[in-house]
Design a protein around this ligand. Structure first.
Ligand SMILES: *Cc1c(COP(=O)(O)O)cnc(C)c1O
Length: 224
């Protein structure tokens, strides 16, 4: 088992690498938010990360997040980074500060209905399938403008975009594409970059990087 101190050390190292990457492209210190991806991690690892100051947390499943964050004190910000089924839109509204995975009309409608009932809605990112991979969630790049417009038309608080570039490809073009779609739509938040490529993502304008294995080590079971 990983001793808690080494999670704190890895968190420090990741923060230092983020600061270096910000400085390298002349971006202000602190302009990139580190989202600590706690999915599949055991409670003691999550507790160690929280004790070391992790305050923005990403989970990829609604039920796992519900179970975990009813036991722990909530982090300052909880973000859903995995696919959301429309029938869990209400639960997601109740639990998350940000949902990064709006990618289709049916989910848009479900979120709008649940938000209306509650009088509040998580901030939203539209997930774009930059590699147009059939097995991957996300709206196709050429359909992103229309989905963003429909979400705005439904008064949903869309603040940015998210992508997961294809594995085994150079991410540069994917990050550039996401940044371009965001700029064209006047969106300021870019959630892109994971353990293997977050410094590249920062070069292309990421405002949020999502780190799991760089902090916790390799995941014991697949993320799904
Ligand atoms: C698991 C996951 C991450 C973290 O990936 P690492 O490579 O472990 O840093 C980031 N984003 C999403 C959407 C994920 O599902």
């Amino acid at each position: 088992m990983t001793p808690p101190s080494s999670i704190a050390d890895r968190l420090d190292r990741a923060r230092a690498r983020i600061a270096t990457a910000e400085a390298a492209v002349g971006r202000p210190a602190g302009s990139v938010t580190l989202t600590v991806v706690t999915k599949t991690q055991p409670p003691e690892a999550v507790a160690a990360a929280i004790a070391a100051g992790a305050d923005v947390v990403g989970e990829n499943r609604v039920q796992e997040a519900q179970a975990r964050w009813s036991e722990h004190p909530r982090p300052r910000e909880l973000r859903l980074i995995g696919p959301l089924q429309s029938n869990k839109a209400g639960a997601a509204c109740d639990l998350f500060d940000v949902v990064e995975t709006l990618d289709r009309d049916s989910l848009l409608e479900a979120l709008a209905a649940e938000a209306q009932k509650r009088g509040r809605c998580p901030r939203l990112l539209v997930q774009v399938n930059t590699g147009e991979e059939p097995q991957k969630a996300g709206v196709a790049p050429r359909e992103a403008d229309a989905l963003i417009a429909r979400a705005r038309g439904a008064d949903l608080p869309v603040e940015g975009l998210m992508c997961i570039p294809p594995a085994n490809a150079t991410p540069d073009d994917h990050f550039a594409l996401l940044a371009r779609i965001a700029a064209e739509n006047g969106l300021g938040v870019l959630s892109m970059g994971m353990s293997e490529d977050f410094e590249t993502a920062i070069r292309f304008g990421a405002t949020h990087v999502r780190l799991g294995s760089a902090l916790f080590g390799p995941r014991a079971r697949p993320a799904g």
